[in-house]
Write a protein that binds this ligand. Structure first.
Ligand SMILES: [Zn+2]
Length: 324
């Protein structure tokens, strides 16, 4: 889908307002600080592109004639999100509102290669007129602007130009980001979050950082390698090659002790960044949320209400979010 003509700042503002609730053209103009004529033009363009539809008449509080309210046309565009985990591939299709249309899980054999992943993605991610693109989430470290990945815990994956390989194979625009960044993006799409750390405990361990409402990737895309902070000098060997990382110490523990290890690391994170919210996620946490919640320090902590598709949904939102 060619949306290059729809990516102006004002178009995105109008789409964002339409997403926030069924609004009339007049109230969009007031909210956006645009003239009614400008809004009418933009809305006409968005309707022609199939992204916005009229949902019926509303009264904007005034006594004048009822006005047509607008909403996103869910089927107007779609995006795919994929999560390359250490043992499985999850792929979701999102409609324009960010809702999951379909969800697929494919097991990945030990020592799987980038080519194996692309072969699995090919039938699941068909290019099409309404398809905006594919977001791929994977463990760090990676070079976000370049789309090149060297994920911890995936032997043989070193400096893989995953974005370029996927774009060539699938014929779609592709964005590649860290799994934890995708996860925090998905969480922030669902509810208002400004300064938060999303702690992800799955096959690996990391954190997505939302600072001032934006995903914080750091200068070298290396921010959020929370799982590889050293908490035990000369501790157990980690997949990253160092010793005593949070991920390795957590993996060597079980039950309440594992939760306590995570709580110590979260306390360090809060000491460093003073974020307002900690969100716990990932399959380890979802297996025993109470155990982890009980161990946490005295800051607002919650468990994500999204299930195992949190990361692939966030990956899809990397693409879809560009419209808003
Ligand atoms: Zn490590």
């Amino acid at each position: 889908m060619d949306l290059t003509s729809l990516r102006s700042h004002n178009d995105r503002t109008v789409l964002r307002l339409v997403r926030s609730g069924a609004l009339s053209r007049a109230s969009i103009a007031a909210e956006a600080g645009l003239t009614p004529q400008a809004v009418s033009k933009i809305v006409a363009r968005l309707m022609a592109a199939g992204l916005v539809e009229e949902t019926g008449a509303v009264r904007d509080g005034g006594r004048g004639k009822p006005r047509m309210a607008l909403q996103l046309a869910p089927g107007g565009a779609c995006a795919y999100g994929a999560y390359v985990d250490r043992d499985e591939l999850r792929v979701v299709e999102l409609d324009l509102t960010g809702e999951v249309v379909s969800s697929t899980v494919v097991p990945l054999a030990p020592m799987f290669t980038p080519d194996d992943v692309l072969a699995e993605l090919e039938p699941l991610v068909p290019a099409g007129e309404k398809v905006l693109g594919l977001g791929i989430a994977i463990a760090g470290p990676l070079d976000f602007p370049a789309g090149v990945v060297s994920p911890n815990g995936l032997p043989g994956w070193s400096a893989v130009p995953l974005r370029a390989l996927a774009e060539e194979r699938l014929g779609l625009p592709v964005v590649v980001d860290k799994d934890t960044n995708a996860a925090v993006l998905a969480e922030a799409w669902r509810r208002p979050l400004e300064d938060a750390a999303l702690v992800f405990v799955g096959t690996g361990l990391g954190a997505g950082l939302l600072l001032g409402g934006e995903v914080h990737r750091g200068v070298r895309s290396g921010a959020g390698e929370f799982g590889h902070m050293t908490i035990q000098l000369d501790g157990p060997l980690c997949v990253c090659g160092r010793r005593g990382c949070v991920e390795a110490v957590h993996a060597a523990a079980t039950g309440a002790e594992a939760a306590r290890v995570l709580a110590v690391a979260v306390t360090n994170l809060v000491q460093l960044l003073d974020v307002g919210q900690i969100v716990l996620s990932g399959r380890k946490v979802l297996e025993s949320p109470e155990l982890y919640l009980r161990a946490m320090p005295d800051v607002p902590v919650s468990v994500t209400s999204a299930g195992p598709d949190l990361v692939p949904v966030g990956a899809g939102l990397l693409v879809l979010g560009e419209l808003f």
